[in-house]
Write a protein that binds this ligand. Sequence first.
Ligand SMILES: Cc1cc2nc3c(=O)[nH]c(=O)nc-3n(C[C@H](O)[C@H](O)[C@H](O)COP(=O)(O)OP(=O)(O)OC[C@H]3O[C@@H](n4cnc5c(N)ncnc54)[C@H](O)[C@@H]3O)c2cc1C
Ligand code: SF4
Length: 532
Amino acid sequence: MQQHYDVIIIGTGAGGGTLAHSLAETGKRILMIERGNWVPREKENWDTREVFINERYHATEMWYGGNGKPFRPHTSYNVGGNTKFYGSILFRFREGDFSEVQHHDGVSPAWPIRYEDLAPYYTRAEQLYAVHGTRGEDPTEPPSNDPFPWPAMSHEPRMQEVDDGLRRQGIKTFHLPVGILLDEQNPETSSCIRCNTFDGFACPLNAKADAATMCVIPALRHPNVSLLTEGFVTRLRTDPTGRSVTAVDVEHPSGPMQLSADIIVVSAGAVNSAALLLRSADEKHPNGLANSSDQVGRNYMCHNNSAIITVFRKPNPTRFARTIGINDFYWGTEDFPYPMGHLSSGLKSQPEMLATAAPSTKLPGVGLTLDYMAAHGVDWWATTEDLPMPDNRVSLTPSGDIMLSYTPNNREAHTRLLGKLKQLAERLDDGMSHFIPHDVYLAQRIPLAGVAHQGGTCRFGDDPNSSVLDVNCKAHDVDNLYVVDASFFPSSSSVNPALTIMANALRVGDHLKQRLAASKPSMTDAMLAVAS
Ligand SMILES: Cc1cc2nc3c(=O)[nH]c(=O)nc-3n(C[C@H](O)[C@H](O)[C@H](O)COP(=O)(O)OP(=O)(O)OC[C@H]3O[C@@H](n4cnc5c(N)ncnc54)[C@H](O)[C@@H]3O)c2cc1C
Ligand code: SF4
């Protein structure tokens, strides 16, 4: 394997995979380094017990909480990163999310770019990731003249009833934007078969629009692009000035390697990217690489997320339930004039999934069996923005392991959002024949191990004293180092993060294309020139 490349990209998830796809056509020598392997396509991909109880696809390493207690993070190391398992709900951030916003618990800071700067890249990302949706339904949707590339996913009959019931209450429900290779008009040729094992599962049919399927595999068709799997990047080394990364240390089953590139892009996920920079401390960067601002690892955000089940007497045989979105409370209401966040219908629960939350086959204090709940439940997902706080941070233990300190904030807004959901659900099916007087709510906040929506640990900004990256996501302190995963977020909004990571990777990709075009020709270019 060669030692020097034009670009090395560390990590193949939403950020790294998308960037590799965007740069592939440049003809430059690009190496992706991924610590994991391909997710095997196997029956267990759709086995609820294997996925939820045995955690077959989760990383096995332990991280440490701020109190020093170890925990196993709910994250996955494989080609495509966490997008292999994501729900593929692909939202644009709202226009207002790019400005400073007053929340109940404090201020969500402004971004150094505006929505208009990212809008064309959102359009490209929606096309790249086959997003299904209907423009104009979501009352908080930012402006766009470009339609979704695919029509919205239809609601299954019970979810259509729920949607109708919400609309009768004046709620402006909308079809969730889903990245999926589903062709409802031509089911006989559609890759996706619309099953009940989507969010949290990998798709063995490669029908989920994840970064491996949509970006890494197509990028690898270019002869100038290669991928090193099972390559764990342990450290970045700089030249004596400290302004340039000159070597990438990799642990690999075949033995240690040292590789180099003109441009190094870190995209290992917000927690691992910060940890890598901190581990790369050297004489010129005593607090960690690119950390003269002392911001690397700080401002970790992960959203206030809750999974909720509302149980009705009416059965819910839905398979793909993730189709209804509610943003009516996103910016607040008259009785609570602060942003509350986003609600959506959740993955349809199965008994094995509930078993991870409940200690027995019956829910204590409620008396419902898990089977009944799974058969009658309508599932929901609630997300409220959490604000960046300097002490919510990634740091390293003395032995170099990851320590994640996090104190939740903006909880009142989240509690209010859950209250709104409860009110709506209580009024659902009104007038229908029910024998159970109350619906049942299980609201469980995702604990520290729930790092699915991680971001913010290397935020971008104009001021090198308060941010790690400049507006192009290049490290202020280092000339050839970029970060393109969720680390760059100055704030987290209340919608899902992945499309913004992808759109930003395309934006940075355009910047890198210009930079690469302006740089001296690579060996490949020179050889091609000689050959022609
Ligand atoms: C169950 C689940 C459901 C989700 N649902 C949604 C959803 O519906 N919508 C949405 O927008 N988002 C969703 N998310 C979040 C979304 O998946 C993430 O925001 C997104 O994948 C983050 O992209 P990233 O590039 O920052 O990191 P990742 O996708 O995590 O990629 C990081 C990559 O870097 C690799 N890596 C890490 N450290 C190293 C190292 N030292 N050396 C080499 N490689 C390394 C990892 O193996 C990984 O492949 C979900 C996440 C989960 C887990
Ligand atoms: S719903 Fe479609 S994309 Fe998702 S796992 Fe099933 S077949 Fe795959």
